[in-house]
Design a binder for this molecule. Structure first.
Ligand SMILES: Cc1ncc(C[n+]2csc(CCOP(=O)(O)OP(=O)(O)O)c2C)c(N)n1
Ligand SMILES: [Mg+2]
Length: 786
């Protein structure tokens, strides 16, 4: 239990403004101390059996100690949600510790397995992280989509409209703005009339390697305004402003405004004498400046010159309090990286650590007695009761828990749809959703779809016709009103269930991440489905990884895929995506061949997305039509499809050959199989619906254990030890070639491992060696078939 835990939810105690500021200043100091100590402890105090540096970011943390203290201890309300810049993790954990939501043991275990995480993590940290961060730019952008998610839930009355909406807040490093995904999010936010979003930019003008360009932020400020944001720039602290008001102050202000970032940083690092020398030189012609400078000793001069607004509690509080509307607001807060530490301003301070000697001096300056390093109140200028009472009154801390449970959405046993004799998996997906959209079920109500400008071409059109597009403001379908014939209705309303995005796959995955966290963040579960062309997963892959890392639950339908896009050419034909499906944790990847498999997998998927130990789902589909089997999926076949594979034709006992296929090449595999069986009558044909789950099941059962415990081991058991597996898919052959390791069978892996090109499907299948001829030839080559 932490020192403040018992007080955390006590009755609020009133404070005068002056007392409030005094408490906040004391807490800010403690936050700075704890964040620096946490990193120091990890690197210099805690035993390190491997002797390696643990790391941590003291300078990045010091940069935001004031901003984050003002935010959490003053501005935030329990319904607000925050993405904290990755390298401020020590500050975040220190604040949670003071609020009684984090234990000392976790801080002592910073960056150890099971301890407080290097970068805030929703899934691995126990102290109420709203959004994970780590890959810069994504944490900021996800707040835009969380706000859109909140608007969606309110518009559909899934959460009460009478509740004050939460603010989606990002505390971000200035270098994060360099990430292109940030701009993509700003533009998309503008389209959806973004509101209730705050971005607080820690403008320390330093990134990892160096000092960032001076003029850049003038452009960036304009970019925010252009996309509908208010911008509040926090530049000068109170002491600076007082100095500017004195005789000679105007010249001093001009000098600061003109000072290049790199010079400012270098002087900050060097301290008072360097400031004085430079100012005396540069302002030699200014009559009042010598007297102005003479007012300050070196330490005081350094304090004035580094008194940027981002370190001035009162200025920050005033700025936060000045916002009384729901317009998206960006605070550009001037700060110094490493402020208050001997690392301040040095361009190499990103991964810099205080030496033990520096730490000792810092500890003395902080009045923290030896042995009281973790004490939340040691060394503060105030009597401990005041900050204690203050912490107990913090508005953000009034809610006991901020992670919501939400009711499960019932999923029927099977999904019905209008089947055709010959159809593609993409068509099947479209019809399943279309039929769901027609019905009146809790499942259909909870589904929300989204697509980056490929709604119609991924067969979502039918669903959108049924359920409409989402917008907070009604927008007519002009073509329809003008009686222009179109298969597609394009009307927008609050009741719409499709969120149309511009072409930016990062935005797609960030929106899916936010929608997929609607349950824990807002208390109403949604089942988001996003569609895109399979190959463009690569474009948004980091955001997809980010969604999975946060355990957001989504269904990604990637279609069309592979060289079945034949005439579209190599730029659109995906090759490596099945390997992403296998390699991405938190994502169950499927590549069905037939329509009934799609329905069965989606049905399972909606349940999987809701299970505690479930996850997200990836369907790799194709526009290549196939003749459909006549069957009803149930029982073992259904289980096998989900486990990853089934035998359309089982091999004879001791058979020497099996053809193994995945996805749209099913037709070729079946054709080849019919021919091969003329010479190898006991050969088997194996359909792999999920190489990912098949492989996962094998690993989970202890791959290689003598007992055939996994699904794939059981499936392959009838084959002779010397049997050959000819594997084939419209994707990278590695996806299936691991099957040879399961029982030591020889594998002939067919697939695509060169960039594609334009052509017909049969032509390309021939060219890339995945047509029936090639499969038969592979079987013959190993001497098992003629
Ligand atoms: C996508 C991505 N690329 C690279 C990194 C490595 N990296 C970590 S912090 C950082 C720069 C951070 O600068 P800034 O955002 O200004 O944060 P500060 O530490 O200055 O507060 C970089 C490049 C990362 N975390 N994510
Ligand atoms: Mg920076």
């Amino acid at each position: 239990m932490t020192a403040t835990q018992s007080l955390a939810r006590a009755e609020p105690v009133p404070f005068s403004d002056a007392e409030r500021i005094a408490c906040l200043r004391a807490i800010e100091r403690k936050v700075l101390w704890l964040s620096a100590w946490m990193v120091h402890h990890a690197n210099h105090v805690r035993p390190r059996p491997d002797g390696l540096k643990v790391g941590g970011h003291q300078a990045s943390s010091a940069s935001v100690a004031t901003l984050m203290t003002a935010l959490y201890m003053h501005a935030l309300r329990p319904r607000d949600r925050v993405a904290v810049k990755p390298h401020a993790s020590p500050v975040f954990h220190a604040i949670q510790y003071l609020l009684g939501r984090q234990s000392r043991a976790m801080l002592e275990g910073f960056r150890t397995m099971g301890g407080a995480q290097s970068y805030p993590s929703r899934t691995k940290d126990g102290d109420d992280v709203d959004f994970s961060t780590g890959s810069v730019g994504l944490g900021a952008a996800v707040t835009v989509f969380a706000s859109l998610t909140q608007d969606y839930l309110r518009a559909r009355e899934f959460i009460p409209r009478s509740d004050t909406p939460g603010r989606m807040v990002a505390v971000l490093g200035d270098a994060e703005i360099d990430e292109g995904n940030v701009f993509e999010a700003l533009l998309e936010g503008w389209k959806h009339d973004l509101r209730n979003t705050w971005w607080i930019i820690d403008y320390n003008r330093q990134s990892l390697d160096s000092i960032v360009s001076d003029r850049l932020f003038y452009r960036i400020e304009r970019m925010f305004r252009m996309t509908g944001w208010n911008v509040i720039t926090l530049k000068y602290g109170k002491k600076m402003r007082e100095a500017f008001a004195l005789p000679g102050g105007k010249a001093l202000k001009r000098w600061i405004d003109d000072c290049p970032n790199s010079l400012y940083s270098a002087l900050t690092f060097q301290g008072g004498p360097a400031w004085r020398k430079r100012l005396v030189e540069d302002l030699a012609g200014e009559a009042d400046v010598p007297a102005l400078l003479a007012r300050y000793d070196d330490a005081a001069l350094s304090e004035v010159m580094t008194n940027l607004a981002g370190h001035d509690m009162e200025t920050v509080l005033e700025a936060f309090d000045s916002v009384d509307d729901d317009a998206p607001t960006c605070f550009i807060a001037y700060t110094i990286k490493g402020y208050g530490l001997p690392l301040a301003g040095h361009k190499d301070n990103h991964a810099g650590l205080l030496s033990p000697d520096q730490m000792e001096a810092f500890q003395a300056g902080m009045n923290v007695p030896k042995g009281a390093e973790w004490d939340p109140f040691a060394g503060l200028a105030l009597a401990p009761e005041r900050p204690k009472d203050f912490l107990a009154s913090v508005p953000f801390n009034r809610a006991a828990g901020r992670r919501h449970a939400s009711a499960a959405v019932p999923v029927p046993r099977r999904l019905e749809f209008r089947a055709s004799e010959r159809m593609s998996t993409q068509e099947a997906f479209g019809r399943i959703l279309n039929d769901l959209g027609r019905g009146d079920t809790a499942l259909a109500d909870s589904i929300v779809t989204t697509s980056p400008d490929v709604t119609v071409s991924t067969n979502l059109g039918g669903w959108v016709n049924q359920r409409g597009l989402f917008s907070r403001f009604r927008q007519a379908d002009v073509f329809r009103d003008e009686h222009v014939v179109s298969a597609q209705r394009w009307e927008m309303a609050r009741s719409g269930q499709h969120i149309e995005l511009g072409i930016a796959e990062n935005n797609l995955f960030l929106l899916l991440a936010a929608l997929g966290l609607a349950g824990p963040l807002f208390g109403r579960r949604l089942l988001p489905i996003g569609t895109l062309y399979d190959t463009f997963i690569g474009r948004g892959l980091d955001a997809l990884n980010y969604a999975c890392y946060q355990d957001a639950r989504l269904m990604m339908v990637a279609t069309p895929s592979g060289i079945t896009l034949a005439p579209e050419g190599g730029a659109h034909q995906s090759i490596g995506t099945p390997l992403i499906g296998i390699g991405q944790p938190g994502l169950a990847a499927f590549e069905p061949a037939f329509a009934d498999e799609v329905a069965h997998i989606m049905c399972w998927g909606f349940r999987h997305m809701q299970k505690k130990d479930g996850g997200s789902v990836y369907l790799r589909l194709s526009s290549h039509p196939l003749v459909q089997p006549e069957r009803t999926i149930s029982g073992t076949l259904g289980d096998d499809i989900i486990a990853g594979a089934y035998w359309p034709t089982a091999p004879g006992d001791g058979a020497g050959l099996a053809i193994v296929y995945s996805g749209a090449v099913a037709g070729e595999a079946h054709d080849a199989f019919d021919r091969v069986r003329e010479t190898v009558p006991d050969a088997g044909l194996l359909a792999v619906t999920s190489a990912d789950r098949l492989h996962g099941g094998w690993r989970a059962a202890g791959a290689g254990d003598p007992e055939p415990a996994s699904h794939i081991e059981a499936l392959l058991a009838p084959l002779a030890p010397s049997a050959t597996l000819v594997t084939v898919l419209d994707g990278h052959p590695l996806t299936l070639s691991w099957l040879g390791s399961v029982d030591g069978h020889r594998v002939v892996p067919l697939g695509v491992d060169r960039f594609g090109q334009c052509g017909t499907v049969p032509g390309l299948y021939r060219e890339y060696g995945i047509d029936a001829e090639a499969i038969v030839a592979a079987c013959s080559r190993v001497g098992s078939a003629g």
